[in-house]
Design a protein around this ligand. Structure first.
Ligand code: CTP
Length: 210
């Protein structure tokens, strides 16, 4: 059984010296890759830039932008039985990245952004993925309701939802307090280390595959 995992942030170039990104550390995705390898699954990790070491026995593709991540997923998802989208993909990218460093001239600078492609949202309809599909939902309000909307719109079997407004959970820290949400159920997990949450998600996957 083969699992594709997206992880980390993406970087959207402004010019050769600058980019737009977010606070994702990649810890959740890398913990998932490690847990899946240890439970006997074959893993392909597609990751934006992080400070982390790639887990052993895991295939790895490094990407930078949302578009690069989209293309890597498009190419490899067909071979996979399970896909887990834990990356914090930029929702918007700079429309016209400069080839030379932008010089400091005016008092204000307006950057026009355009929407990136929704990679998880493309899995079912564009990539025709029929395997087990797991997404994450980073929310600051109406956690369960917003996550369930994402589950339905993106055609997921499971959404792992977390409240990113909490300081002790989610972005850039070691712990995560999550809900596991399916179309029929919702399970509130306690505050767990990302490694322990990765194990819980891997157990959920193994149960569904068996
Ligand atoms: N996702 C993705 N490609 C994008 C945006 C998001 O694959 N361009 C995936 C994320 O990896 C995550 C899920 O979609 O698994 C939900 O991401 P989230 O940031 O919570 O939601 P968005 O779909 O971006 O919606 P919004 O920002 O409006 O809440």
């Amino acid at each position: 059984m083969k699992v594709l995992i997206t992880a980390g942030p993406t970087r959207e170039a402004i010019d050769p010296a600058r980019f737009i990104s977010n606070y994702s550390s990649g810890k959740m995705g890398y913990a998932l890759a490690d847990a899946c390898v240890h439970s006997g699954l074959e893993v392909l990790l597609i990751s934006g830039p992080t400070q982390l070491e790639v887990p052993i026995n895991c295939d790895y593709i490094a990407v930078e932008s949302a578009q690069e991540m989209y293309e890597a997923v498009e190419q490899h998802i067909v071979d996979c039985d399970v896909a887990i989208f834990s990356a914090a993909v930029a929702d918007y990218t700079y429309k016209t990245p400069a080839t030379q460093k932008i010089k400091k001239k005016e008092d204000s600078l307006v950057l026009e952004l355009e929407k990136t492609k929704d990679i998880l949202g493309s899995a079912r309809n564009t990539f025709n993925f029929t395997g087990l599909l797991i997404g994450f939902a980073a929310e600051t309000e109406k956690l369960v309701a917003n996550a369930r909307t994402k589950l339905e719109i993106k055609g997921c079997d499971l959404i792992v939802a977390n409240d990113i407004s909490r300081k002790d959970s989610g972005f850039n820290v070691d712990n995560n307090q999550a809900y596991l949400i399916t179309s029929k159920t919702e399970q509130e997990l306690p505050l767990l280390s990302k490694k322990a949450l990765a194990l819980a998600i891997t157990q959920w996957i193994k149960k569904r595959l068996s």
